[in-house]
Design a protein around this ligand. Structure first.
Ligand SMILES: [Zn+2]
Length: 297
């Protein structure tokens, strides 16, 4: 049986959405590959992420990944010196094109920076309000209810998992781990299956561990060492200045006989177990993020 790779695309900013998504769709079309997109639906407040400068490791990551040239100067001022523009509403075309071309489309969030920086203190009602806005706009634009969701920055609380469960999502991808699982957090169990990302992202590895733009594709493919692999990329990076790396990745993966599938195929893998979700760390990423424990039963 061919080893599988599901491509998960996080769309975090207006520039990633308007320019990165169409670029990626062209690459997918060229290779006949289908992927799963997670859209930030509301305002692009990227400039406010500058608050994270006070967090250990953030500045070195920004410099290591050349953030100003990757994201564009405007993007890093949105929500501070420039007003935060809405991402999807003024321009539904990239989302609609992705759907038309049979990619799987779902929700990342309403406001990426807000969720990523504030979730740990947010009451359930606020989380519900944000997800409701995102889902309503998604439905207004596509005439379909979103059937999956993935939290910004892999930031999760038991309350956010509960609210996601209320929305009746088919599955969620909020966690970093190794295999699809039923999530347990703070002693509470939640029904939407978690399909975690299994590879380190470009911004986590580029410039460290000997990984360069020249060898990153080989690094990733070497780490697609299981039957089921989830490869997370960003419209702002692999859709813009790093587009050729995405193209290369797909070309080489096909040469190595990997099969590209939608993330929802993760529902069909055998022997899905219960695992805890806990706040852990990863090399190359500042702060904590949701990680998958070993199976608990
Ligand atoms: Zn994101």
């Amino acid at each position: 049986m061919a080893r599988k790779i599901a491509i998960k695309i996080d769309v975090d900013t207006k520039r990633g959405y308007t320019q990165g998504v169409p670029n990626m769709l062209d690459v997918f079309q060229k290779h006949g590959v289908k992927a799963s997109f997670f859209f930030s639906m509301g305002p692009d407040n990227s400039g406010k992420a500058i608050r994270r400068i006070f967090r250990k490791g953030f500045l070195t990551k920004m410099l290591r990944t050349k953030a100003p040239s990757t994201y564009g100067l405007k993007t890093i001022l949105y929500g501070t010196l420039l007003p935060a523009p809405l991402i999807v509403e003024p321009n539904p075309a990239p989302l609609l094109r992705a759907m038309e071309e049979e990619h799987d489309c779902g929700i990342h969030c309403w406001d990426h920076v807000y969720w990523q920086d504030k979730l740990s203190h947010l009451p359930e009602a606020k989380i519900r309000e944000h997800l409701t806005k995102a889902c309503n706009l998604f439905e207004k634009v596509t005439h379909q209810k979103p059937h999956f969701c993935g939290a910004p920055g892999w930031q999760v609380t038991a309350d956010s998992l509960k609210v996601q469960q209320e929305f009746g999502f088919d599955f969620c991808s909020d966690v970093r781990g190794y295999y699809p699982f039923y999530p347990v957090m703070d002693g509470r169990e939640f029904s939407p299956l978690q399909i975690p990302g299994t590879l380190l992202t470009m911004d986590e590895v580029l410039g460290i561990m000997g990984v360069t733009e020249k060898n990153i594709v080989d690094y990733w493919l070497k780490n697609c060492d299981k039957q089921w692999n989830v490869f997370t990329i960003h419209a702002e990076m692999e859709g813009l200045s790093k587009l050729s790396i995405l193209d290369d990745f797909i070309t080489k993966a096909k040469q190595q006989k990997f099969e590209f599938v939608l993330l929802k195929e993760g529902k069909k893998v055998p022997q899905i177990r219960k695992c805890r979700v806990y706040a852990g760390t990863l090399p190359g990423r500042a702060g904590t993020l949701a990680r998958q424990s070993d199976p608990i039963e």
